[in-house]
Design a protein around this ligand. Structure first.
Ligand SMILES: C[S@@+](CC[C@H](N)C(=O)[O-])C[C@H]1O[C@@H](n2cnc3c(N)ncnc32)[C@H](O)[C@@H]1O
Length: 373
């Protein structure tokens, strides 16, 4: 039996968790879930899972704690109890949603669960990989897990959600038709996929990708290339390792026009977003916001129609996109998109309010569309 601590946006972590095809699924409380899975190795790649690993009973925990100098717990009572029973020198109180350097380095983190069967213990051995996002997001500080959860993480989650709906083979491409600075393309490459990006202004992504390559954030795990080996020390400080065996291809395209690029064949699709703004704050008046909503709707509607025509030809199954919402305003974009999508696609699902910037009064929702077959 495994457990996972979900990210603060529990509904998006739950959607991502489906990639493990969990069985015997049980929620313990809002943030913690228990499950079994035939794919435990996949849990490593879930970005919306903060901490994870196995559930043990008292006897199974005992050998795990032999010679352990310090344990991390979430309740002092449990700390006292475990210290006494297992002869541990010290315990430290931890936050469920953060990792702790000292415990990660020298000790063990243990969650104590009261279940119907009695007391059981969750031994944490897996933590989410914040460094990966830090690098893609231009080194934004990641002092804590909460701070590190920026859009590159969101992109990673969207790729995982897309994997849940798609029978993936590793030769597939991931495509972002609003690629902007190239976050999706870089993330997809780092995860080992061929990646394609297009944008009405593709030069930003191209420049950014070239820069990353030059900075030496680039390793081919299968290559003997000495130049690449020289970069390993630099790479040790970050976890983004671009994969030189996988292509990153950028081209110019306006999404309202037909999708004809031959390289798009066999490219399932993931989009981060068209745009969230222009900046909407407390001071933006409602007529202006209505105008922004109208512009977003108009572009997305045209996009949905042109991408649908392309999907009918290629029979690709699913797309995952973000759509904006303006905080404290009516959710008209989501409603409009949903109406439009149900005409064209077999199924549409919106995961609400996954990421927001309250000061800018703007947030993102994720929309998952499944093609009609
Ligand atoms: C918010 S940015 C996307 C950012 C991107 N997700 C990233 O992480 O860098 C939106 C992008 O949509 C592009 N865009 C706007 N209208 C477009 C259109 N009609 N066709 C294609 N791209 C368009 C813009 O040039 C911009 O780069």
């Amino acid at each position: 039996m495994y457990f996972a601590i979900l990210w603060k946006h529990t509904h998006i972590s739950m959607e991502e968790l489906r990639y493990l095809q969990p069985t015997s699924f049980r929620t313990y409380n809002e943030q913690i879930v228990f499950f079994d899975t035939e794919y435990p190795q996949r849990i490593e790649q879930l970005a919306g899972i903060v901490k994870r690993w196995t559930i043990l009973n008292y006897n199974e925990l005992k050998p795990e704690l032999e010679n352990c100098p310090i344990i991390g717990v979430h309740d002092a009572k449990h700390g006292q109890q475990l210290k006494k029973h297992f002869g541990i020198k010290r315990f430290k109180l931890l936050d469920l949603l953060r990792s702790d350097r000292e415990i990660k380095k020298k000790g063990k983190e243990i969650l104590v669960f009261q279940t119907k069967e009695g007391q059981s213990y969750g031994l944490v051995t897996g933590y989410q990989n914040i460094k990966r996002y830090e690098v893609i997001d231009f080194g934004k500080p990641a002092r804590s897990m909460k701070v590190g959860m920026m859009p590159a993480k969101l992109t990673h989650i969207m790729i995982n959600i897309w994997l849940t709906y798609t029978a993936i083979d590793t030769m597939s491409n991931i495509y972002d038709p609003f690629c902007g600075l190239g976050t999706t393309v870089l993330m997809a490459n780092a995860l080992g996929y061929h990646a394609i990006g297009s944008d009405i202004q593709p030069e930003h992504a191209q420049k950014n990708i070239n820069r990353r390559k030059k900075q030496g954030h680039c390793e081919d795990k299968h290559s003997e290339d000495a130049a690449i080996q020289n970069n390993i020390n630099k790479l040790a400080t970050c976890n983004l390792q671009l994969c030189t065996k996988k292509n990153m291809y950028i081209f110019q395209h306006d999404v309202t026009k037909p999708f004809t690029e031959p390289k798009l064949q066999n490219a399932p699709l993931i989009v981060t977003e068209w745009r969230l703004g222009p900046m909407v704050t407390q001071k933006t008046d409602s007529t202006q916001i209505a105008e922004y909503s109208r512009q977003v709707e108009e572009l997305y509607s045209a996009f949905l129609t042109s991408i649908h025509a392309y999907y009918q030809k290629t029979q690709l199954p699913t797309i995952v996109i973000t759509i904006p919402y303006y905080i404290k305003q009516e959710n008209i974009i989501a409603e409009h998109m949903d109406k439009q999508a149900t005409k064209l696609w077999r199924e549409s699902k919106i995961i609400k309010e996954i990421y927001s910037r309250p000061k800018q009064y703007v947030g993102r929702q994720i929309m998952i569309l499944t093609a009609k077959t």
